[in-house]
Structure formats: structure tokens, C-alpha cells
Ligand binder design. Sequence first.
Ligand SMILES: Nc1ncnc2c1ncn2[C@@H]1O[C@H](COP(=O)(O)OP(=O)(O)OP(=O)(O)O)[C@@H](O)[C@H]1O
Length: 224
Amino acid sequence: MIEARNLTLALGKPPARTEILKGIDLSVQAGESVALLGPSGSGKSSLMAILAGMERPTSGSVRVAGLDFDRLNENQLAIARRGRIGIILQAFHLLPTMTALENVAVPLELAGQTDAFVRARAELMAVGLGHRLTHYPSQLSGGEQQRVAIARALVSRPTLLFADEPTGNLDGATGREIMDLLFARHGETAATLFVITHDRVLAARCDRIIELADGNIVSDSIPA
Ligand SMILES: Nc1ncnc2c1ncn2[C@@H]1O[C@H](COP(=O)(O)OP(=O)(O)OP(=O)(O)O)[C@@H](O)[C@H]1O
């Protein structure tokens, strides 16, 4: 599902040029769940951005779901992401002027799905928000907003799901509920799941734990 070879990323202009990733090799099988651990600034979000097709590496190659990202232009990359890749971020990123239902349905409708609202409603039911369809983000709790974001990421039935600290803005109990939901939906969809976290207990629920330090993979293991 993911094949990355000798990825490097350097950003900024000298003298502030920073080497963020220093030669990452990574293979991930379809359906695997992978936790990405590492200290703040070790390059986790940057690696995820490259694997999700949102950032170009400085050098190296990325093949995701059979596509050579380096051979695609920006437009082709945007089309390739659509329907293949779902992204969940710490800060939810819902549109404040849209209801929960619209937040999930509108991106799908813009992608040309005529049954977008039917699918969005079903996905919101699946994440336990059937009773909050017409609420705006400001009328939802943090956990509910993250459920909407999960529904939005899953409604296009992606083969790859990326979550960058999805519980970072939630209290412990709500965070656990959100991760239970994410793992349950992952089990039902057979998507490949990539989760960035600082939480080792959460990481141990994945099939595999990859640790980054200073732009390098320093361990790649199966949790005990
Ligand atoms: N545009 C940029 N120009 C220069 N340096 C950058 C840029 N973007 C990120 N960095 C640096 O790259 C390093 C890696 O950042 P990244 O966000 O990938 O780390 P992270 O492991 O996800 O951290 P955290 O756990 O704090 O989110 C950081 O030291 C950051 O300051």
C-alpha cells in the first residue's frame, strides 16, 4: 500500500534550512494499522504529509496505492488523493458555517457523488451522531466534532486513513472513545491506518509501531 524509498525533506532557506527527514525507507501492507511515535519535532507530521500526497519530498520516491506520487502533477495528485486518502487532524478543521451533515456530504458532492447526502447521513449514524445531523460545529462537543471529522474522512471510502494526533484536543475518556471508534471503523473498512500519537498505550493497539527520532526511523516493531 505504501512504499517509500530514501525520503528526505529539507525546508527553509539557508541559514534556516532544516533537514526534517533524513532518508526514510518504509513499506506498509494493505489493511495494516501503524502507529507513528516520536518526540516533538522528529518529523512525524512531515512524513505523514508526504505519504498523504500533501507535501513533496526533497528527494526519494513514494508509491501509494499503486501510484507514483513523484510522477503526478498537483492536479493529478489532488485527484489521486480524492477517494483514496482520508485525513483526520488534531484540530478537527470542520467548516463552521456548515452543519455536521453538510461538513461530511459537501466534499463528497463536490467530488461528483450524486448520493453524497445519503452516504453522509449513513456515515454519521455509524459514528454515533445520527441525532446531531443539523448541529453546527460550535454546537458540538470536541468529541462530537472529531466524530464528524472521522465521518468526513471515511465517507469517501478511502483505502488509506491518516490520523495526526486525533485525540490531542480531547480529554482522556473522550480520546479513548474516539480511538475505539477509529479502530472499529478501521476494522470494518479494511483501510490501511496510520496514526500519529504520543500515547504508547494507544500505539500498542496498532499492528505495528514505528518510532522516529531526528528525521530517521529508529525502530519498527510489533507491539507485545
Ligand atoms: N516550513 C518549515 N520550514 C522549516 N522547518 C520546518 C517547517 N515545517 C516544519 N519544520 C520543522 O520540521 C521539524 C519536524 O516537524 P513535524 O511537524 O514533522 O514534527 P512532529 O514530529 O510531527 O512534531 P509534533 O509532535 O510536535 O507535532 C520541526 O523541527 C519543525 O520545526
